[in-house]
Write a protein that binds this ligand. Structure first.
Ligand code: CU
Length: 140
């Protein structure tokens, strides 16, 4: 049995349709996968005083895998962090910053680390004890 032109074009179109359906499925799958690893930017307050604090705070945040950007503003005391939330969390970032001596909204530094800060970096700890705006991140 030979395939005539009409049959051929039917089969050909069917194959093209299959390819289309398949590529749609691939796109949906990729979309789902990338949904698990979200890059997001968040802001929270970190107490500190000078340029040395800025370096210390930003380095602590950037030392975590998954943190691609950390910029602290010594005027507003606000840090903007860009992170991959499949690899780390805002909580981790705040813990890392508190570990080097700086109080954050969610995590306070221990007195021990705070006391080891250079004199110029001894920020007023009362500032962040005031009620803060609610944290924007969700626990998982
Ligand atoms: Cu300082």
């Amino acid at each position: 049995m030979t395939i005539n032109n009409r049959q051929f074009s039917l089969i050909f179109n069917l194959n093209r349709m299959k390819t289309k359906v398949l590529s749609v499925v691939v796109v949906i799958l990729l979309g789902t996968l990338s949904g698990f690893a979200k890059i997001k930017s968040e802001k929270f307050l970190v107490n500190g005083k000078c340029e040395m604090c800025e370096k210390r705070i930003e380095m602590a945040a950037l030392s975590l895998e998954g943190v691609s950007k950390a910029e602290w503003n010594k005027e507003t005391k606000e840090i903007e962090v860009t992170l991959n939330d499949a690899k780390t969390s805002l909580q981790n970032v705040q813990e890392a910053i508190a570990k080097v001596g700086h109080d954050t909204e969610a995590v306070k530094a221990t007195d021990e680390v705070y006391n080891e800060l250079p004199a110029c970096c001894k920020y007023d700890r009362a500032v962040l004890k005031a009620p803060m705006k609610p944290m924007k991140y969700e626990h998982r």
